[in-house]
Ligand binder design. Structure first.
Ligand code: SAM
Ligand code: SF4
Length: 430
């Protein structure tokens, strides 16, 4: 009898991408093999995101499209995972009765049971053991790997749904993390990205700077990255670890969210814009040339033109290497969704446009300074825009596209930057 086949459609952040690797690992253990397309599979899993309304709408429209496959093949099973699954639980069956089972991010370990019982099962219980029980992971080919170091989030930023969907913070024991990274290195992995919603508040038998120190001392892996850091938890010891440890890359993603301290207070972020700027100064002083990227939310409830101007000024002052900007999206049970002063969508769009324009010119200016420089690029594969070109990243996380048919995935090559673009660099192997 041929093996049953599965297809996973993933929405959202790196955390979800890595959760899909775990879902894939569990399904392989259960005897399933991956299918190339939804139409060729016996089981389709949607790994969903609810961070903004747009992501939620996208999932429900994809789910609607899959319905016709189920009509053609009544044995096809459909599972819904991730943050929407956690938040909506059995409500999903009301909206889509053709879904067979629903499970949250803390219940991936139950997938084996769910596919045998199916029939409208829901697994969304809090799982206190999530950080201790490691799951099999099926990773794609290449020299890079995600490694979860902690689950959940204890911050209650007033706009954010994550604490409601991923539960409270739980850190993995350091020995499990080190074991996983050693195994990855033995299989040729060159770069690990440590994952957590608030990665720098990691604490088990070690704290985060101590964990970095131990990973740095392991052989094999050449680059260590981590996302996402919270500005409030950026300590002098962490900055010193980034400065001292050779394998820790010179890049930090440090979400500012707003340049207005008043709005940061309403967001419950736990720092003012001045606190943030002083940490950036410390970081730049200790790690010269470090690339810093950020997240910005436009149109948070009560945001005035003056608050918006403060955000634009902060962007000009910090000169981030890149930003992700989002229009504020009210989320179910969060405090901000019920706040007065919700901002009209056209105002959010206009402010976001202004923010992106300012940032585009800053990014291009920073990238231009790299023209003619030599960069160590870890090769990731063919370029997304031109399959004849190779693509990889610098230690500072900038994408470089270059001619180099002979360079293989996972290899580090020296590339001269010949042209800066807004979102990438062009180079040639030297
Ligand atoms: N834990 C990280 C942090 O504290 O920055 C990131 C969490 S979230 C997955 C990634 C980004 O989504 C946030 O930094 C924020 O900018 C954005 N975001 C979260 N909730 C949002 C909302 N309701 N509307 C718009 N953007 C949101
Ligand atoms: Fe959401 Fe704030 Fe936690 Fe980040 S730190 S996941 S924005 S609650």
């Amino acid at each position: 009898m041929s093996k049953k086949r599965f297809y996973i459609e993933t929405f959202g952040c790196q955390m979800n991408v890595h959760d899909s690797e775990k879902i894939s690992g569990v399904l392989s253990r259960e005897g399933y093999s991956p299918a190339g397309a939804p139409g060729d599979s016996d089981l389709i899993i949607f790994n969903t995101c609810s961070i903004r309304q747009k992501a939620e709408q996208k999932f429900f429209s994809e789910l609607g499209r899959i319905r016709k496959l189920k009509k053609k093949n009544p044995n096809l099973m459909i599972g819904v995972a991730g943050c929407i699954a956690q938040q909506q639980g059995k409500k999903i069956f009301r909206r889509a009765p053709y879904v067979d089972f629903v499970f949250g991010p803390q219940n991936i370990h139950l997938l084996g049971e769910l596919i045998t019982t199916a029939a409208a099962s829901v697994a969304t219980e809090d799982n206190p053991d999530v950080a201790n029980a490691d799951l099999p992971v099926t990773r794609g080919a290449g020299g890079k790997a995600w490694v979860t170091i902690m689950y959940g989030c204890n911050n209650i930023c007033s706009y954010c749904i994550v604490p409601y969907t991923r539960g409270r913070e739980r850190s993995r024991p350091s020995e499990n993390i080190l074991r996983e990274i050693k195994e990855l290195a033995a299989r040729g992995c060159k770069e690990v990205t440590l994952l957590g919603q608030n990665v720098n508040s990691y604490r088990s038998d070690r704290d985060f700077p101590e964990l970095l120190e131990e990973i740095d001392a392991l052989g094999g892996v050449q680059r260590i990255r981590f996302v996402t850091s919270h500005p409030r938890d950026l300590s002098e010891r962490l900055i010193s670890a980034v400065q001292r440890l050779d394998k820790v890359c010179e890049h930090m993603h440090l979400p500012l969210q707003s340049g207005s301290s008043r709005i940061l207070g309403l967001m419950n972020r736990g720092y003012s814009c001045e606190d943030y700027l002083s940490k950036i100064r410390m970081l730049r002083h200790s790690v010269p040339g470090i690339a810093i990227t950020t997240d910005i939310i436009t149109g948070f409830p009560g945001e005035t033109e003056d608050d918006h101007t403060k955000t634009v000024e902060a962007l000009k002052e910090v000169e981030f290497d890149g930003i992700f900007a989002f229009k504020y999206s009210p989320r179910g049970e969060t405090k901000a969704a019920a706040m007065e002063g919700q901002v009209a969508d056209e105002v959010k769009s206009r402010r976001m446009g202004e923010i992106l324009d300012v940032q585009d010119s800053i990014t291009l200016k920073i990238n231009k300074k790299l023209e003619t420089s030599l960069q160590q690029v870890l090769v990731e594969g063919p370029s997304g825009t031109d399959r004849k070109m190779r693509s990889g990243r610098t230690r500072s996380n900038k994408i470089v596209n270059f001619k180099g048919q002979n360079s293989s995935v996972g290899q580090t090559v020296t590339v001269r930057i010949i042209r800066a673009r807004k979102h990438s660099l062009d180079g040639e192997v030297v």
